[in-house]
Design a protein around this ligand. Structure first.
Ligand code: ADP
Length: 982
């Protein structure tokens, strides 16, 4: 066996023979090393590594075997030691074995084979142990290397410190975090952690206090100094280190640099606050002020200012927004306010030009041309500055500049932060600016609207006043010239007659123009009101054709009327219908010479609504298609040459169309140049109801105005009447007959029940008996008229008052006469009431009623109008009494009751309205008919006040029940409750 590969065996014996014997026994298997005593043995062990097994004799001079092996055990603990001993030395042997210094002992004389076995066993054991140990050592070394690597390369700082603030262990990362070149440098330099590391030494104390009680602390965040004095944020995870008695002796743990995260958090917090505050700021400069102060507070900078482009965009001027956290910068501020920077010049000027942030690291090193305010800044101890542009839509809207008194190392992060804020600010500024622009625009618009409304009001008032002012003298001119004409004719002064006629006609024409302008103004201002009334269409046609007669004659035209028999009544504004018809007819007369004008009147269903259609055709000059387009536009006369030739305002058709539309109708036109024109007026049978509905009549008509119009005979849905009468027969009759007509009848037998039921069912009309026990019809009437809900319900009054001398009259105003008083109309009206008064309606032909004098009370404060009326009426065989206001009139009525009253509405003291009210109250009977004299401009309220109590009064005694019913039905038709019977 190659001795090098043999296991080494050290044999120690003082006797040479024994040594030889042992040599002989083992030399084949082992590499034998021989020592004659313990000293030699130790020497050999020192020189020869890897001696695994030692066989030593016990009894040796100077150093015994156990002594020798004890030393070996101490120095070479891995060796396996075998001792050869005689029986006599047991004690020392036992000790050696007990101390594990001997693997085995062999007593002499030994059996060779036994010894061989023991040595072999020891050798195997040694080999086993050796391999195990070396593995363990390797493992340990590996683990140590790993730990070291982690320690060296950790991304977190790792440390162990004493309780008094010194580092025992620190890894390179910790040194790096705190700004030291190596861990050693950190350990050597930092001797007082509380003061050298922590920005606030109290924080260190808090840290210690927590660890004293809790043993560990996690995510403990503090601001710390780096070696260069800059501040960073760290987070520590630390465990308390204690001695065996659990006394705190130090700390170990890790440190993380969280400056970035902390900053990001603070930045986002700052941005959030700024977003809110900028959003809430009242204007751009207020927003800038918020930003400047917040940035200064956040960064610890001492002064912030802003520069904004001047309106001409040529230079930057100092914004009123600025911020300073320290005193003593006022002078610097004042100076800044005085200067401005052109683009590219000075600190803000350069930032404006390049649209990039710029630092001034050290003001003292700047040239004055580069930083114009160098010396004033230095005087205030400002050391460095940073300017950043605020842009909105690539346009710089402001430059923010910050200055600090402490030296600065040009914190790029700060630029980043302020840059981010500036961006946010820019966006917000843009929004703010847009909002501001919008607000200003809205304000201007509101102002413009107010002005427009105001000027429109002023215009309307002006036009109304002017019209009034113009009409008053015109009325006198027209009235007097008319009377004078008659006087002149009587006196035979014919020249005068002609001249007076011209004055009269010019006056009338002027008045028409004024009225047109006033009407249009009112329509435009939505102030024109429509007063609904029931009247026979036939009458209005007859009236219009009579009026138009002179115009027809003037141009030698012929008028033919084609009207169905008993065409029926319409509910519309009589004056306005008359006005529309006259306008179209007079146009036809005006633009036709020696031709034919036809007026066809029919009833047609269109869009489930029944209409009266007035078609007026002429064979006149016609209208070109181009002019047809603008025919209904106000103030645009279709053709100025026509106007010059024929006169007119160009308002007539525009007004007529608007009036028609307001009553739920329409006017359409068809015309061919040189052939003639055809105007068709559509007016609903009940304009009042139709006007409230939204109609698409216009689109219907514009599709094909010529198409035959067919429709279903649809009636107005679910009409109902309430009968209030103590007489059961009246109920019986009305029910028996009216239910067939689809009318729902509600019955009340007393006034009180009647009022309650009226509120409950809101009937389309009420039939009310005047004479009832407990509560009279008049009281019921008053109650119904005073309640908002029931005030507009038409009421048909029944009375048995036999001594009622006036026949069936309406309460309230009975007729209207518009100023200027049309003499013919006045006479017609007077005659009407004369015949009613004398109960001669049907017998007009038989009597010369004009011979029966009628007593008339004129209540009018305007003396010229009053005396003119007086003269006119006296000519008509009237006994005229005058009163200048309602008060005087009531006094007069107390002494003498007139047969008719002409009443002006606008008067001092008691006005017309009050007068009617007082009159009806005082006399509590239907009383005397009243004719209102008014300008056309009655308001809706006026009209309601006048017509609110208009009811028909039927005298029960005059009729049998059948007749009474018939009369009720006639009234119901007029109110539109019952569809007109043909
Ligand atoms: P004016 O009061 O000026 O007549 P209108 O509004 O009534 O105003 O009419 C406007 C214009 O329409 C007239 O000036 C005329 O040119 C034209 N016009 C109206 N009716 C007819 C018609 N029947 N024939 C021809 N042209 C007409």
């Amino acid at each position: 066996m190659d001795s090098a590969k043999k296991n080494k065996l050290l044999i120690v014996d003082d006797e040479v023979d024994n040594l030889d014997l042992l040599h002989r026994i083992f030399h084949r298997e082992y590499q034998i090393l021989k020592a004659k005593n313990g000293f030699e043995g130790l020497e050999i062990l020192e020189q020869e590594p890897d001696i695994g097994v030692i066989v030593s004799d016990q009894r040796m001079p100077m150093m015994s075997g156990t002594e020798f092996l004890s030393q070996v055990a101490e120095k070479y603990p891995d060796t396996l030691r075998i001792i050869l001993t005689a029986h006599t030395d047991i004690r020392g042997l036992v000790d050696a074995i007990n101390e594990s210094k001997v693997f085995k002992y062999i007593t002499k004389p030994y059996q060779v084979e036994e010894l061989r076995q023991v040595v072999k066993q020891a050798t195997e054991t040694y080999k086993l142990l050796k391999s195990r140990t070396s593995k363990l050592r390797d493992d340990l070394e590996n683990a140590e290397a790993k730990y070291q690597s982690i320690f060296e390369n950790a991304v977190e700082g790792i440390f162990q410190t004493t309780i008094d603030g010194r580092y025992i262990i620190a890894n390179p990362m910790l040194a790096k975090i705190y700004g030291y070149n190596s861990a050693e440098e950190l350990i050597n330099n930092v001797t007082n952690i509380a003061h050298q590391i922590y920005v606030s030494p109290n924080r260190r104390q808090e840290f210690i206090d927590i660890l004293r009680t809790h043993d560990t602390v996690s995510n403990f965040e503090s601001q710390v100094y780096r070696r260069d004095g800059s501040k960073i944020w760290i987070s520590e995870n630390v465990r308390a280190v204690r001695d065996r008695d659990r006394h705190l002796i130090g700390f170990e743990g890790t440190v993380q640099d969280i400056t970035q995260r902390k900053r990001a958090e603070e930045e986002s917090q700052l941005l959030q606050i700024l977003t809110l505050e900028i959003g809430a700021a009242r204007d751009f400069n207020a927003a800038l002020k918020v930003v400047l102060s917040k940035i200064c507070q956040f960064t610890g900078w001492d002064y912030g200012e802003a520069w904004i482009p001047a309106p001409d965009n040529q230079s930057l001027v100092c914004s009123p927004a600025w911020y300073s956290s320290v005193e003593g910068l006022e002078e610097f501020r004042k100076l800044s306010e005085k200067i401005s920077f052109p683009c590219g010049i000075g600190f803000p000027g350069r930032v404006w030009e390049h649209q990039r942030p710029e630092w001034i690291w050290d003001i003292s090193l700047e040239t004055e041309s580069h930083f114009l305010r160098k010396y004033p800044a230095m005087e205030c101890n400002l050391r460095s500055g940073l300017a950043i542009p605020v842009s909105a839509d690539t346009k710089v809207v402001a430059i923010m500049a910050f200055f600090t008194m402490s030296p600065n190392d040009g914190d790029q992060q700060l630029v980043g932060l302020i840059g981010a804020i500036a961006m946010q600010l820019g966006a917000l500024m843009r929004r703010k600016r847009d909002e501001e622009a919008l607000r200003i625009m809205n304000e201007e618009l509101a102002l413009a609207r107010d002005r427009a409304l105001e000027s429109n009001r002023t215009k309307s008032t002006f036009v109304a006043n002017m019209s009034h002012e113009l009409r008053t003298p015109l009325n006198a001119i027209i009235g007097y010239s008319e009377m004078l004409q008659e006087d002149a004719a009587l006196l035979g002064i014919d020249d005068f007659v002609e001249d007076l006629k011209k004055i009269y006609q010019s006056g009338k024409h002027l008045l028409d123009l004024i009225n047109d302008i006033l009407d249009m103004t009112k329509i435009e201002a939505s102030k024109l009101e429509i007063y609904y009334d029931d009247f026979e269409v036939e009458n209005v046609i007859w009236e219009a054709t009579t009026t138009i007669q002179p115009l027809l004659n003037k141009n030698s035209n012929l008028l033919t009327i084609d009207c169905e028999d008993q065409i029926g009544a319409i509910r519309a504004d009589l004056t306005r219908v008359r006005q529309i018809l006259l306008n179209i007819l007079s146009n036809a007369c005006k633009f036709t010479k020696a031709g034919v004008i036809t007026m066809k009147i029919s009833r047609q269903f269109l869009e489930q609504e029944e209409y009266f259609c007035f078609t007026i055709s002429d064979t006149g000059i016609g209208i070109s298609p181009e002019n047809l387009q603008k025919l209904f536009h106000p103030f645009s006369q279709v053709d100025s040459s026509t106007t010059r030739q024929y006169g007119g305002t160009g308002l007539g058709l525009a007004i007529s169309q608007r009036l028609c539309q307001m009553m739920g109708g329409e006017i359409i036109v068809q015309s061919e140049l040189g052939t003639g024109s055809q105007f068709t007026i559509y007016l609903p049978v009940n304009c009042e109801i139709a006007a409230k509905k939204s109609s698409n009549l216009k689109s219907q008509l514009s599709i094909d105005p010529q198409s035959p119009i067919n429709g279903d005979n649809e009636k107005i849905a679910a009409p109902s009447i309430l009968v209030i009468d103590d007489d059961p027969m009246v109920h019986q009759y009305t029910k028996a007959h009216l239910q067939h007509h689809g009318i729902v009848i509600h019955s009340a037998f007393s006034g009180k029940d009647g009022i309650n039921l009226a509120h409950e069912v809101l009937p389309s009309a009420i039939v009310l008996d005047v004479q009832m026990p407990s509560m009279s019809g008049w009281e019921v009437l008053k109650e119904l008229k005073s309640q908002l809900l029931t005030s507009s319900i038409p009421i048909i009054l029944l009375t048995i008052n036999e001594d009622h001398q006036y026949g069936s009259y309406e309460i309230g105003a009975n007729d209207y006469l518009f100023k200027p008083i049309d003499r013919d109309r006045l006479i017609l009206t007077i005659e009407k009431y004369r015949s009613i008064y004398f109960n001669l309606i049907d017998k007009i032909q038989e009597y010369n009623i004009h011979n029966l004098p009628l007593s008339v009370l004129i209540i009018e404060d305007d003396i010229p109008v009053r005396s003119m009326l007086k003269r006119m009426l006296e000519k008509e065989n009237c006994i005229v009494f005058e009163a200048q206001d309602g008060q005087e009139a009531l006094e007069h009525i107390n002494t003498s009751m007139p047969q008719l009253i002409l009443l002006d509405l606008m008067m001092p003291n008691i006005d017309g309205f009050e007068f009617i009210h007082l009159l009806r109250l005082r006399y509590n009977t239907p009383s005397i008919p009243i004719i209102i004299i008014t300008a056309r401009d009655l308001t809706d309220t006026d009209y309601n006040r006048l017509s609110g109590s208009v009811q028909k009064i039927l005298q029960k005694t005059n009729f049998s029940y059948g007749q009474l019913l018939e009369e009720i039905m006639v009234r119901l038709e007029k109110f539109g409750v019952l569809t007109a019977r043909k």
